[in-house]
Write a protein that binds this ligand. Structure first.
Ligand SMILES: [Zn+2]
Length: 371
């Protein structure tokens, strides 16, 4: 059984008039900043009035069951794991409302207009107070300065201000800004952050989930809902087409390729490996369209690691095209069009089922002939 996600709990809290942070705590999304959970647990229980012993026992059972079942604290979220449909639906709703509010009707998305519509201002220089710094250093040691350098953006909920690291690559800057807007407009995140204090923090899995949610909002805002999918599905997917779409939406090729694979109705898989300064490729991230996954089951553990890595390693600064034949989940050979590109930041490989391309062309011809 899946643990109800924060987006779902937020709806429950509204419907039943239960304090949302209490539900978040019961579900194990929040945890004590130190060993003692009691002050916050007590606070959570106090909110419910004055429970009897039986009620307390029941509450403890619920907490136990919620924790043991999905154990949000024990489930490591794979970074690429897609969000559940209900969370996605909520994200689409809030992102759409914001785009509508901002009156966005052109591409690329005018991000500063969207930011103002969300009621957010630009933060000044971001600094740590000496006290914050000491606290962080005592807890995380040398990791603090490293994390600080890697910090790309931040959302300050008290000031409704967004900070984006200066001098980022413009496309990166757009992504980070849209991501921080995402943190700001999802009410369950806003209310959770408002509740955090010195005693409480998000557990790691929840923090990772919130990051993925913010990324999903960023994609919704930058690709304007179904706009990218409509464009991508107007013709068979190619890497050159993805590059053109990236230019149209003013987004990185990597983010565009990922979103195309995520949403297209065509049979398509995209493999991405980020490239370090020294030229070494990082781990493979794989994104498969629903129909591709149904046929090949790569995300379910059947991905041909060697073929994918070889393709990524051979990627060059121009798009290269190849035909490969790989077994599908029923061990039948399927022809795939493989294209590779190295953007300088990442190696990208797309696998598009050739039959799908042929069928697409044929259907197009029919449609044109019927006219
Ligand atoms: Zn974030």
């Amino acid at each position: 059984v899946e643990q109800p996600k924060p987006a779902a709990l937020h709806k429950v809290a509204r419907a039943y008039d239960v304090p949302f942070p209490t539900l978040m705590q019961w579900a194990g999304y929040l945890e004590a900043d130190d060993a003692q959970l009691s002050p916050n647990q007590a606070m959570a229980l106090r909110v419910l009035g004055d429970p009897s012993d039986d009620e307390l026992r029941a509450l403890r059972e619920i907490i136990k069951v919620l924790r043991a079942r999905g154990s949000a604290t024990a489930t490591p979220f794979a970074a690429d794991r897609p969000l559940d449909p209900e969370t996605r639906q909520e994200i689409v709703r809030y992102a759409y409302a914001l785009l509508h509010e901002a009156g966005v009707d052109s591409r690329p998305t005018p991000l500063h207009v969207v930011q103002s519509a969300a009621g957010l201002v630009a933060a000044g220089e971001l600094t740590l107070t000496p006290k914050d710094r000491d606290r962080l250093v005592s807890r995380f040691g040398g990791w603090v300065s490293r994390a600080w350098q890697n910090l790309l953006g931040a959302m300050d909920f008290r000031e409704d201000a967004i900070w984006v690291k200066p001098d980022l690559h413009p496309k990166r800057e757009r992504w980070v800004r849209a991501h921080e807007i995402g943190h700001a407009i999802l009410p369950w995140q806003r209310e959770t952050f408002a509740y955090l204090d010195d005693q409480t923090r998000l557990n790691d899995a929840t923090a990772a989930l919130f990051e993925r949610e913010a990324n999903e909002v960023a994609a919704e805002i930058l690709f304007q809902g179904k706009q990218l999918q409509d464009e991508a599905d107007g013709s068979p997917i190619t890497l050159e087409g993805i590059c053109e779409l990236a230019a149209l939406f003013d987004t990185s090729i990597v983010a565009t390729a990922r979103r195309v694979a995520d949403r297209t109705g065509q049979e398509c898989a995209v493999a991405i490996a980020h490239q370090g300064r020294d030229g070494w490729l990082g781990p493979t991230h794989l994104y498969c369209s629903r129909s591709f996954e149904a046929r090949f089951r790569w995300q379910a553990g059947r991905r041909p690691e060697n073929e994918i890595r070889t393709a990524l390693r051979s990627a060059a600064l121009i798009v290269r095209r190849n035909e490969v034949s790989l077994p599908d989940a029923r061990a039948e050979r399927a022809a795939l069009r493989l294209e590779t590109l190295n953007t300088g930041y990442a190696a990208i490989a797309t696998f598009v089922r050739d039959g799908a391309v042929r069928r697409f062309v044929r259907d197009r011809a029919h449609a044109l002939g019927a006219r």
